[in-house]
Structures are given as structure tokens and as C-alpha cells.
Ligand binder design. Structure first.
Ligand code: GLV
Ligand code: MN
Ligand code: MN
Ligand code: MN
Length: 406
């Protein structure tokens, strides 16, 4: 059924061929980065591509009530399935590999197993999770949180994008509502992902196994002041929320450095956003992460306290809202060690969030990372060589063989 002959081409060639099918989808000609937001045209094109790849391989597709896609290989009644896959959606002007690499690799790993004459003793399911980045509706890993019940269907349905379109509206006429039996059909999850740092470059290895995900979250800081004229308002009379905001960004950076943690304000909105007007309102979104939950808590509390104190000095008002929080994820240690031995691969923690982090609370879960020569991610500079991507496919195929074919 496959369009290629597995015997004739090398695995890096097969990777490149499949990769080139999706590489142009949603790429911005200016930045070279990707704009692939959940249920927008490029992401829908990738969902159609997913269905096409599943069909080519004779894998029936099930779409749950939340927009997540699942393609089934093997007898669906042959026990609980091993799930693998990732997401198609990107951050604004994101890299090519974050997400799609895990889906493309999953289909290729199925091909490798089939070409080797291996059949699964339990189903292997390739997944595409919706809205992993939270770039459209604000909550990261929304699809996997819905699958696991970690976010209520009603709350998710009401999340709105910047244009006011709700998640429920964006789902359109797709199946809607929870698919309660689905999670119970999975025995384990393995997500392959491009590495989002330089550990594999430093260690000279193409593939690693994940040990943990740092606890992390998003906090929205609303700073309110008094909009006024830039030319006529005396400096002493101003209640300028931009000042409180700017101070808070610097405080977040300082507090994170003091704790060896990470704090980022990568998104801001200003009203009225005019050069010659003192803003009436500034909203900044803090992304904070740390190795330990106590460190993260201490960091966020210190930033809140400093922002509040500065707001008093500036005569502005501050509200701080937690938008999402992901606890420390320690992946199944036994599974990680077993896979690291199987693959002869290093084991690494990461500061990046993943659907695997959500599923890890419900299923034995593991992650594989593929080396990223630039170490850069959430940027067009993210990269991976075809040879390393092929090494990732081989590693994933071995893991699926270990978990689903014995
Ligand atoms: C998602 O990639 C995140 O770590 O924010
Ligand atoms: Mn990402
Ligand atoms: Mn990702
Ligand atoms: Mn992620």
C-alpha cells in the first residue's frame, strides 16, 4: 500500500521524502517560521495529510470529541494499544520540527516494523494532539488535557482565541464532547520530539530518553493605570502601567537567575498601543519554569510581590491570574532506564512542556529526543539533520517493537 519501496531507499531518504510533503505547510515566507495554529488552514491541511498517511497504511482513524486524531495499526481488539505521536500546531513563527517530527517519525517507525515483517501483538496507535502549544486558545496541551480529563470539556469549550472564536466554535462540526473510553484503550505512550536545547550536541549523541519535565506554568499580569496624553501629562502626575510592567519583566529575570530557574515574558498587549499615549492597560504573560516545584512557587511569588510593591509606587493596579500550571513530571523511571539501555542513549530532563507530560500521570510514558544542532526551538532556527531524524525513527521503531510486538 505504501508509495515507496522500503528496500530501495535509505531511511534518511524516506524521512526526507515524507518530511518534504509537510515542510511548506504553514511556513511564513518572511520569517521562514511556521504559523500552524489549531484548526486554522495549515493545521487542517496537516490533519488531512495525517488521514491520508493513515489510509495509505490501512490504519483506521478515530477522531475523539476534542479534535485529537488516532490512527490504529493492528487488531483493535488485541489488547490495550501503545500510543505514539505528537502535535502539528506551532508557536507563532515556530520551528519545523517541534511536534510534526513525532508524527512523521511514528508513521515511518510503523513502516520500518512492517518492512522487517514484525506485527504488533497489541495495537500501535499514531496520535496527533490538538493545541499542544496553547498558541491559539492559551492553554498548552489542551488536546491531551481533554483526553485525560485534566481540563473539563466545558472549560475548554469556552476558551477563546484573540479574535473571540471559542474552542467549541473552532471544533466546528467535528465530533464534540468527551470520548470517555478512549484513554483506557492505551497501555503506554511514547512521544518522539526534537530536542529543545543543546544537551545532545554537547554529549555527541543523536537520541536521548527523557527523565523529567520541569514544573512550569503561565501567569497573566494585568497592569492598569490612567491613559493620558504623552505631551501634556507631567511626569509626576502619571499612573503609567508600562513602568510597572517593565519593572516586573526585569524582576522576573533577576528572580529566575537567583534560583537557577527560567522566567520569560514573551507576550505583551498594550492599550491603546499608541506612541503618543500613556497606556491605560498593559498585560504581560509570564512563563516560569524550574527544576523543583518549591523553586517555581518561590519564583512566581517573588515576582508577584515585587510587581505589587512597584504597582503601589506607580499608582497602578495589578491582578495576577494563573492561566495554566503543569506539575513536575517524572517519567516512569523503570521504563526510561529500560529504553535507555535498549537504545544505548543518554537520559535527560527538559524544561519544555509536552503532551507526554500530561499523559505521564495516567499511563506509563516515555519520551525520545532527537539532537537539534542549533539547540534553538520555538524559532525558525530549530533544526535536525535527516540522519539524526532517521536515527530517531530507528529508535522509536525499536521501542515500539519492545512495547507492542513481544
Ligand atoms: C511547549 O512547547 C512549551 O514547553 O511551552
Ligand atoms: Mn513547543
Ligand atoms: Mn512540541
Ligand atoms: Mn511543547
Amino acid at each position: 500500500m505504501l508509495t515507496h519501496s522500503v528496500a530501495e531507499e535509505t531511511l534518511p531518504d524516506r524521512f526526507r521524502k515524507l518530511w518534504d510533503e509537510i515542510a511548506p505547510v504553514g511556513r511564513d515566507a518572511g520569517s521562514g517560521g511556521y504559523l500552524r495554529y489549531a484548526f486554522t488552514e495549515p493545521e487542517i491541511a496537516l490533519r488531512d495529510w495525517f488521514r491520508g498517511q493513515a489510509e495509505l497504511r490501512g490504519m483506521p482513524v478515530r477522531e475523539d470529541g476534542n479534535g485529537n486524531l488516532f490512527a490504529w495499526w493492528g487488531d483493535p481488539d488485541a489488547g490495550d494499544a501503545v500510543l505514539t505521536g505528537s502535535h502539528f500546531d506551532s508557536v507563532p513563527h515556530g520551528g519545523a520540527y517541534d511536534g510534526p517530527l513525532g508524527i512523521v517519525s511514528a508513521f515511518l517507525a510503523v513502516d520500518e516494523l512492517r518492512a522487517a515483517g514484525i506485527t504488533p501483538t497489541r495495537p500501535v496507535v499514531v496520535a496527533a494532539f490538538v493545541e499542544e502549544e496553547g498558541a491559539r486558545f492559551g492553554v498548552p496541551c489542551l488536546g491531551s488535557r481533554l483526553l485525560t480529563g485534566e481540563i473539563a470539556v466545558d472549560r475548554a469549550a469556552g476558551l477563546r482565541d484573540a479574535a473571540g472564536v471559542s474552542f467549541a466554535e473552532a471544533l466546528g462540526d467535528r465530533p464534540a464532547g468527551a470520548d470517555p473510553g478512549l484513554l483506557g484503550r492505551f497501555a503506554a505512550f511514547v512521544e518522539l520530539h526534537v530536542e529543545q536545547g543543546r544537551a545532545l550536541v554537547d554529549q555527541g549523541a543523536p537520541v536521548a530518553v527523557a527523565s523529567a519535565i520541569w514544573p512550569h506554568g503561565r501567569w497573566r499580569f494585568d497592569f492598569r493605570g490612567e491613559g493620558n496624553h504623552a505631551g501634556t501629562t507631567r511626569m509626576a502626575d502619571r499612573r503609567d502601567p508600562m513602568l510597572t510592567y517593565a519593572f516586573t519583566v526585569l524582576a522576573a529575570n533577576k528572580e529566575a537567575r537567583l534560583r537557577d530557574a527560567h522566567a520569560t515574558v514573551g507576550r505583551v498587549s498594550v492599550e491603546p498601543n499608541a506612541t503618543n499615549a500613556i497606556p491605560s492597560k498593559v498585560i504581560g504573560w509570564l512563563d516560569a519554569r524550574a527544576a523543583e516545584p518549591e523553586t517555581l512557587h518561590g519564583l512566581v511569588e517573588a515576582v508577584r510581590a515585587k510587581a505589587a510593591e512597584r504597582a503601589r509606587r506607580d499608582g497602578t493596579e495589578l491582578t495576577c491570574t494563573e492561566e495554566s500550571a503543569t506539575p513536575l513530571v517524572a517519567f516512569d523511571g523503570g521504563l526510561a532506564d529500560r529504553l535507555a539501555r535498549l537504545l544505548d542513549a543518554p537520559v535527560l530532563p527538559t524544561g519544555a512542556g509536552h503532551d507526554a507530560g500530561v499523559l505521564a500521570a495516567h499511563l506509563p510514558t516515555a519520551m525520545l529526543f532527537v539532537r537539534n544542532p542549533t539547540g534553538v526551538s520555538h524559532s525558525p532556527a530549530e533544526s535536525a539533520t535527516d540522519a539524526d531524524c532517521a536515527a530517531g525513527v530507528t529508535a522509536l521503531a525499536r521501542v515500539l517493537e519492545e512495547l507492542a510486538c513481544r
